[in-house]
Design a protein around this ligand. Structure first.
Ligand code: SF4
Length: 84
C-alpha cells in the first residue's frame, strides 16, 4: 500500500532545488520556514523534499522568493509550465 500511495505523490507538482541552494543551510532553513504546506524539510542543513506534500503546493511562490534567483523550480506537471 505504501508503494501505491507513494506513486500518487507529485502527480501535479514537481519541485527541484539546485544543489548549491539545497546544500546551503541558510537557504534550507528559509525554505522550511516559508512553505505553507511543508514541502521543504531541513535535514541538518541539507534540503529534503517531502514528496507526500508536493501536490498540496498552493503556487504561492514564497519558496522562489526566499531562495537565490533561479535555484528553486516549481513545475506544474499538468500544463508543462514552471512557476516563476
Ligand atoms: S510555491 Fe508555495 S506552496 Fe508551493 S512549494 Fe513553494 S512555498 Fe511551498
Amino acid at each position: 500500500m505504501a508503494d501505491a500511495a507513494d506513486k500518487l505523490n507529485g502527480v501535479f507538482i514537481e519541485v527541484a532545488v539546485d544543489d548549491a541552494a539545497a546544500n546551503d543551510p541558510a537557504v534550507v532553513a528559509k525554505l522550511e520556514e516559508v512553505c505553507p504546506v511543508d514541502i521543504f524539510k531541513d535535514a541538518g542543513g541539507r534540503l529534503e523534499i517531502v514528496a507526500a506534500h508536493l501536490d498540496e503546493c498552493v503556487l504561492c511562490k514564497l519558496c522562489i522568493e526566499a531562495a537565490p534567483a533561479s535555484t528553486v523550480h516549481v513545475r506544474k506537471l499538468y500544463d508543462g509550465t514552471e512557476l516563476s
